[in-house]
Structure formats: structure tokens, C-alpha cells
Design a protein around this ligand. Structure first.
Ligand code: NAD
Length: 438
């Protein structure tokens, strides 16, 4: 079948490439000419493991192409997916739907025959109905349906998540649209992955409820971690102990420097705003948003304490600034909240990140970038593990400690232990929710 994909960002590009790998004929459209030029040249504008090879395979097979021209992409398409951004609106945190609505109007103006207009972007309840209204108003003669198909992939593991999803949610209003959507996802259906049909509103709500729940789980363990530090418990043991309970589950129970990224911060804020608008306050989610800010502030305090109470004149080496490993995405990364105060208070911040530099350079203008951790550690007063890239998990800590002026470590991802640090010669070590020494 023929599919058009609007938006070639983290979600649109991965979805488009994976749909073509299912055997569909896919045309990806983006407004950004530089992205389309790079994609046409076989270059992937984002860092996502495995994406470049899968893209090349499907381009070579003739099933995948890229264009700026929506009208040509829509020729004979049975489904068009909207995968554009829905960032937080300044001020109230509501999802900014202007890109989605603009895409809807553009589809309406360019489409010729029946097609299903599918929203893959994360959008508040009611958005798909508004998409339907915009399309009907722009092109009253167009025969179409709308569908809500929120995406649950994780950056860094996006292809596997897309190809082997826990579930696919499809919100539709009639069987005609449901049949087209079944055709789109047939390869997954044949392999028994759950495909859940709902109404539009439930599909829209499922995405926000899922992300808010995950953000709550992370924030819960982060708050438990703070308490563990006070009472002498070990949050890793606690997480293991509660996570083995099947009703709780062991995922998303890693204490750390607070959640960030392109989804949780904006989606929790959007859900809180949806609740306020509907006079049904999401008090737990509101609280999660606030607690997450205190978690990040606590990390700065931890780091400052390791610097004898002041960053002034201290060299601070930070390992990892992307919001999680295996992505170059810096949107709402905890590093963007945690590092600027260090520089502002007189600290000299140095950074090593395997993929964060291109995005991070403009966002963290006061830091010095390095490729080699051991060189960067020279004369440092504090090393901070902020993102748990695999390459940071087995460092030669002795060598790092020897290179530093004062070997101190803030392990904000709990990838080492106080024992590891002590043996390596670190004079102080702090982690999250576990034994530290100073
Ligand atoms: P992104 O910012 O990486 O990509 C959006 C792309 O859409 C950009 O390349 C932009 O140029 C393009 N675009 C915008 N308007 C356009 C138009 N009218 N025509 C053509 N192209 C247009 O965004 P993203 O991270 O891929 O997120 C997209 C949506 O998916 C968001 O709603 C997000 O919440 C949701 N989502 C994201 C993730 C994730 O991990 N990033 C996971 C699940 C869901």
C-alpha cells in the first residue's frame, strides 16, 4: 500500500522507514529542505542506532523516497501520517498544535481521493476531531477519515520498539478507516502484536496517560531515593525489592537526576493543562512536574557539596549531556538545567558526550567539549556522570582519579559504587539514594 509521512523527525523518519521495511511504498515529506536534501543523499539527520542501514536498504529496494512536495507524496496514498512536533506552548504548557493543524490544512488542499489522515504526533483529546473539521472546511469535496495512532517508540531503541511494539493503538470512527489501518500494520498483526482499536478520544488519552504514568514512576523512585539518603537505605536494593512485585514491575525504577527529553516534560505539562481545562485537575501529575524540578536542584546541591560548597574556580568534567544514552536529542535534557548554574557560579565546565555535541554546542555555550575522557579529566576537581552511555560504564577510574586535581565523583546514574570509587582513589563520591562518602 502507499503511505505518506509528514515530518521526518525522530518519530516520522523512524515510522516511515519501518513502514517501508514492512513492504509498503512510503514517501516522507518535510518542510525543512536541508533534512530532505540530506535524506536524499542517504544521510540520516538524527542519531538513531540502525536507522541509516534500514533507510538505505529500503531506498535501494525502491520502497522509500523523500520529498518536499506533499501533493506528489499524496498521489494514490491510502494513508497519510502526521508526525510533526507538538512542543509545549510558551506560558501555559499546553501542546502547541499549530504544526499539526497546518499539516491538516496542507493535506486537505493537496489530496485528491479517499485517504485516512492519521495523527501520529502526541496530541490532546479533541485534536483529531479538529483535524477532521479543518480538512472538511478546507476541502469540502474530499472523501476522508481521521485516525489517531499515537507512537510509543523510545529514542535510542526506536526501530526495535516500532518493529516489536508492546501494543499499537488505533483510534478510528468506522470500519473503513480500521481496515486501512489494519493493512498498514498487517505485518505486526500477523506476528500477534496486540493492535487495540479504540475511539479517537481514548487513543489520544492513552498516550498522555502512559507517558504521565512513566514520569510518575521515575519521579516516585527519585523521591524514594532522597529519603533513602536520609535514612541510610539503598535505593537500588529498594527498587529491586519492589520491582520484583509483578504489580509494580522493575522498569523505570532507576533513580537519577530527574526525567527529561522530548516527551515526558512536555506531555506531563500538557496533561496537567488538559485536566485544568476540563476542571478535572491531574494533581498527581502536577506534583510530579514540581518534584522533578526539585530532583534536578538536588543534583546541583550534591555536586556543590562535593566542591566544598562552591563551584568557584573548580574544573567540573561532565560525562553525558543528552537526555539519555544512544540519542543526540538534547530537548529538555537535565543537563540544560543542571550545568548552567555551575558555570554561573564560577565553575569551569567540561563535557564529553558521544553524540551530544552538534545539538549541545548552542544549548550549552559556556562549556568546553572534549572527545577523550582521560585528557579531559586532567586537573579536574569533580567528575559527574550525568548520562549513562555504555562507554562510561567501564572506565579506568584509577587513571581518571590520578589525572584529576581533586578526585571526586558525582555518580548521578548509580553506575559505580562507593567501593569502586574508594578503591580507585577518589577522595569523595556521591550517588543517588545510596551510600556516599566525603
Ligand atoms: P521532531 O521535531 O524531531 O520532528 C518534526 C518534523 O516535522 C521536523 O523535521 C519538521 O521540519 C517537520 N514538520 C513540521 N511541520 C511540517 C509540515 N507542515 N510539513 C512537513 N514537515 C513538517 O519531532 P519528533 O520528536 O519526531 O516528535 C513528533 C511527534 O511525535 C511529537 O508530537 C512527539 O510528542 C511525538 N512522539 C515523539 C517521540 C520521541 O521519542 N521523539 C516518541 C513518541 C511520540
Amino acid at each position: 500500500m502507499r503511505i505518506a509521512m509528514i515530518g521526518t523527525g525522530y518519530v516520522g523518519l523512524v515510522s516511515g522507514v519501518c513502514f517501508s521495511d514492512f513492504g509498503h511504498d512510503v514517501v516522507c515529506v518535510d518542510k525543512d529542505p536541508s533534512k530532505i536534501d540530506r535524506l536524499k543523499a542517504g544521510e540520516v539527520p538524527i542519531y538513531e542506532p540502525g536507522l541509516e542501514a534500514l533507510l538505505a536498504k529500503n531506498v535501494t529496494a525502491g520502497r522509500l523516497r523523500f520529498t518536499q512536495d506533499l501533493a506528489s507524496a499524496l498521489e494514490n496514498a491510502e494513508a497519510v501520517f502526521i508526525g510533526v512536533g507538538t512542543p509545549s506552548r510558551r506560558g501555559d504548557g499546553h501542546a502547541d498544535l499549530s504544526y499539526v493543524y497546518a499539516a491538516a490544512a496542507e493535506i486537505a488542499a493537496a489530496a485528491r481521493g479517499y485517504l485516512v489522515i492519521v495523527t501520529k504526533s502526541t496530541v490532546p483529546v479533541g485534536t483529531n476531531r479538529e483535524v477532521r473539521r479543518i480538512v472538511a472546511e478546507t476541502n469540502p469535496d474530499l472523501d476522508f477519515d481521521v485516525a489517531s495512532n499515537p507512537e510509543f517508540l523510545r529514542e535510542g531503541a526506536a526501530i526495535d520498539d516500532f518493529m516489536r511494539p508492546d501494543r499499537v493503538i488505533v483510534g478510528v470512527e468506522n470500519d473503513r478507516a480500521a481496515e486501512i489501518m489494519s493493512e498498514v500494520y498487517r505485518p505486526l498483526f500477523l506476528r500477534d502484536f496486540p493492535i487495540i482499536r479504540t475511539d479517537l478520544e481514548s487513543a489520544e488519552m492513552i498516550k498522555y496517560a502512559a507517558n504521565a504514568f512513566l514520569a510518575t514512576k521515575i519521579t516516585f523512585i527519585n523521591e524514594v531515593a532522597a529519603l533513602c539518603e536520609k535514612v541510610g537505605a539503598d535505593v537500588k536494593e529498594v527498587a529491586k525489592g519492589i520491582g520484583l512485585d509483578g504489580r509494580i514491575g522493575n522498569k523505570f525504577l532507576h533513580a537519577g537526576p530527574g526525567y527529561g527529553g522530548s516527551c515526558f516534560p512536555k506531555d506531563t505539562k500538557a496533561l496537567a493543562q488538559i485536566g485544568r481545562n476540563a476542571s478535572s485537575p491531574m494533581t498527581i501529575v502536577e506534583s510530579v512536574i514540581n518534584v522533578n524540578e526539585t530532583v534536578k536542584a538536588r543534583m546541583i546541591d550534591k555536586m556543590r557539596a562535593l566542591c566544598d560548597g562552591s563551584f568557584g574556580g573548580k574544573k567540573v568534567l561532565v560525562l553525558g549531556v543528552t537526555f539519555k544514552p544512544n540519542t543526540d536529542d538534547m530537548r529538555d535534557a537535565p543537563s540544560l538545567t543542571i550545568l548552567p548554574p555551575v558555570s554561573k557560579e564560577g565553575g569551569d565546565v567540561h563535557v564529553v558526550d558521544p553524540q551530544g555535541r552538534p545539538e549541545g554546542k548552542a544549548l550549552l555555550p559556556d562549556v568546553t567539549w572534549h572527545d577523550d575522557i582521560y585528557d579531559a579529566a586532567k586537573d579536574a576537581d569533580l567528575i559527574v556522570v550525568l548520562t549513562e552511555w555504555n562507554e562510561f560504564r567501564a572506565l579506568d577510574l584509577k587513571r581518571i582519579a590520578r589525572a584529576m586535581r581533586s578526585p571526586r565523583m558525582a555518580d548521578l546514574r548509580n553506575i559505580y559504587t562507593a567501593q569502586d570509587a574508594r578503591v580507585a582513589g577518589f577522595e569523595s563520591y556521591a550517588s543517588v539514594g545510596r551510600t556516599s562518602y566525603q
